[in-house]
Design a protein around this ligand. Structure first.
Ligand code: ATP
Ligand code: CA
Ligand code: CA
Length: 454
């Protein structure tokens, strides 16, 4: 329970688990990184690496304060390849995940999974069930195919999958990208499935400072949907359709579209009114980002990476107040000469808040995985918004669900609206919801789009 600060999973306190995970991940990533790369072979997807971590340490593993544990790495070579595809450097990955305390996220989901967030917000660690872990391994070849064919994919980026075993308990985790970096303020956040059945946030969820709302809440708040520029809408539609086709081919269901909305117009008014520095520009204290030099050094010692330690030394002067996350990548290429001019003018004020930078990046591109900094949209009130999105929770396959569960749920409820349903039906409904209700294709003459372009 997050109020008492004593979170646990399978009766293992989260804090101790976190430390063991960091040691295990550090060792695993650190040992595969220097190995020569070669083409991925089919057998690499089913590889399993097993390392023992006795508390006293061995010649290859560090001594530690946790109980003895075993750490397994699924498909180390394949995930190394994925990380490369996502441009994640081993050192950056390790500094993000292993040198600072992780933050615990409160999970609005019902499954009871634990979520940890890296101090810099880039990575999410999620505990998964045995079934999900097995399924993820089966999914890897198809997932890899999609990565190479559908570069703008909105499916989760999986960076690793591991198993921790200690005192007769087993915990499985996967590491993925954070779709909603918290240096941006989200005025609304939705977990959307395209189902209407019980798809309304609970009162308890609404009480939270940044609640995750659901389908019915979206329809109530945005009966007109979110309007995208035509080329952006078409691009998003194509990308999502391809992703959903892959999910359907694996008979995956119950996934969601996670959608964060930063309302630019409202944010400006709020900032003016409160005269307080807004969320994105405020520097964060070491305490807030869980920065702890001694701890960081201990972990680096454990990992035993010389290069990391050298990097660290250079960093020693920085951490008085570290920004919470790196600025959104502005790798988007301007498409027209006009854009180029605009960009040049803009680059004069390179500063500004994370949201402002994201907005500039969003304006200058029509594509969307090219930058993870957000996409421009307009709501029914004509307010400019930055939206952040991705598909999450894709490790439930209908193939592995007991037949009983399905028929039982269909009898209790309307079979057409319950979430646990045929994957093809789920996919169709999901798509229809996304492109009929959530996103609307602005046409070039509509006032909203003209306003958005100006
Ligand atoms: P359930 O199976 O009950 O739906 P779960 O434990 O499998 O829940 P998810 O559905 O994966 O959990 O995620 C729950 C919530 O956690 C999401 O609604 C979202 O708010 C947050 N979340 C999950 N994955 C991500 C991600 N990659 N980036 C940002 N937030 C995420
Ligand atoms: Ca879910
Ligand atoms: Ca789930």
């Amino acid at each position: 329970d997050s109020n008492t600060g004593a979170v646990s999973y399978k009766k293992i306190p989260a804090s101790g688990l976190m430390e063991a995970l960091q040691i295990g991940i550090g060792h695993s990533i650190g040992s595969i990184a220097p190995k020569a790369t070669r083409d991925i072979l089919m057998k690499d997807f089913s590889e399993l690496e097993i390392v023992h971590f006795p508390a006293l340490g061995t010649s290859t593993t560090p001594a530690h304060r946790c109980k003895d544990f075993i750490f397994k790495t699924y498909a180390p070579r394949a995930f190394k390849k994925f990380r490369k595809e996502f441009s994640i450097e081993a050192d950056d990955f390790l500094v993000s995940l292993c040198t600072h305390r992780l933050k615990e996220l409160s999970n609005p989901g019902a499954s009871g999974s634990l979520f940890f967030l890296s101090h810099d917000d880039n990575f999410i660690i999620k505990t998964i069930t045995r079934k999900e872990a097995i399924f993820l391994q089966k999914l890897l070849p198809g997932y890899y195919l999609n990565l190479t064919q559908n570069k703008k994919t909105t499916l989760p980026c999986f960076y690793g999958s591991f198993l921790y075993e200690s005192m007769g308990k087993t915990i499985r985790i996967c590491i993925m990208n954070n779709i909603l970096p918290s240096n941006i303020k989200y005025h609304e956040k939705y977990d959307l499935k395209g189902s209407m059945y019980k798809r309304q946030a609970s009162n308890k969820e609404r009480m939270k400072s940044s609640p995750t709302l659901k389908d019915l809440d979206f329809l109530e708040e945005h009966p007109g949907g979110l309007i995208l520029q035509p080329d952006l809408y078409d691009d998003l539609k194509r990308t999502l359709e391809r992703d959903i086709r892959v999910l359907e081919s694996f008979r995956i269901m119950d996934y969601s579209l996670l959608l964060g909305i930063h309302n630019i117009s409202v944010n400006k008014q709020e900032t003016l009114k409160s005269r307080k520095p807004n969320l994105e520009t405020r520097p964060y204290s070491d305490q807030e980002i869980g920065y702890d030099q001694d701890y960081a050094k201990q972990v680096l010692d454990r990992i035993g990476s010389k290069r990391l330690k050298d990097n660290w030394k250079q960093d020693d002067s920085i951490p008085q107040s570290v920004p919470r996350a790196p600025p959104p990548q502005e790798e988007a290429k301007p498409r027209t000469v006009q854009n180029k001019k605009r960009r040049k003018a803009r680059s004069a004020d390179a500063g500004g808040s994370a949201a402002e930078r994201a907005e500039r990046a969003a304006v200058s591109t029509s594509s969307f995985r090219r930058f993870n900094g957000g996409t421009l949209a307009v709501n029914e009130r004509g307010e400019k918004c930055l939206i952040f999105l991705g598909i999450i929770d894709i490790l439930q396959s209908y193939r592995l669900l007991k037949k009983m569960e399905h028929s039982w749920k269909s009898i209790l409820t309307d079979g057409d609206t319950v979430s646990v349903h045929r994957p093809g039906f789920y996919a169709e409904r999901f798509k229809n919801f996304c492109f009929d209700r959530v996103f609307k294709r602005g046409d070039d003459s509509s006032p909203q789009v003209r306003r958005q372009k100006s």
